[in-house]
Design a protein around this ligand. Sequence first.
Ligand code: PGA
Length: 249
Amino acid sequence: MRKPILAGNWKMNKTRDEAIHFVLDVDHKLPKDGVEAVVCAPAIILRDLVKRSDVLKVGAQNMNEHEKGAYTGEISPVMIKDTKVEYVILGHSERRQYYAETDERINAKVKTAIEFELKPIICVGETLEERESNKTNDVLKTQITKIFEGVTFENPDNIVVAYEPIWAIGTGKSATSAQAEDACKFIRGILTDIYSKEVSDKIRILYGGSVNTKNIQDIMAQPDIDGGLVGGASLIENDFIELCKACLK
Ligand code: PGA
């Protein structure tokens, strides 16, 4: 049985005070079992949130692939690990779009995350143009194959993939639950080919893109979808709690 995850991606939102307020308000209202509730917050406040959360888990939104060195402005895996977070989002489409992250770079980051015992939430997904020209599966196959090239791990429970169609992110236009299921199932199939059915059955695959309290039930009812990666709606305390509860299968 794969344990569902509801991961909030706060992006570049919330000051330290706002974030602490959120954690103190939400932490004791979350289900204690049956779902992993995670907030992926700006790196500068990760430690503050880890210290104040009990049920709620914390994640980073990015990480450099090198252990240390002359990379001005970057944050190393050692630094992320030092904050005691469990998760790190890698390859979000905003990183690909605005900071030129490639599948090759994301591949290096995934290897580094595993080496430093951080659990990666690896994002993939197609553009609207790619979907409309029926290229979704080709795009997903290329992304997954490149990102997992040479990646080995002991425990598939610690690997998370998020299917996030770019056209659904922040647009209010979510994929239908059938579209999301098709893509997540397809991704699981590629992971079966790369690893094995035993491994791919354990990797959690999330859907992300305009998830909210109204569409989460339909999304969670799909057999290959193990939770959500949520931007906008994860910023609101009550919505976040409701989303986490809806993930209890
Ligand atoms: P959204 O963002 O829920 O606001 O669409 C999702 C994401 O970018 O992970």
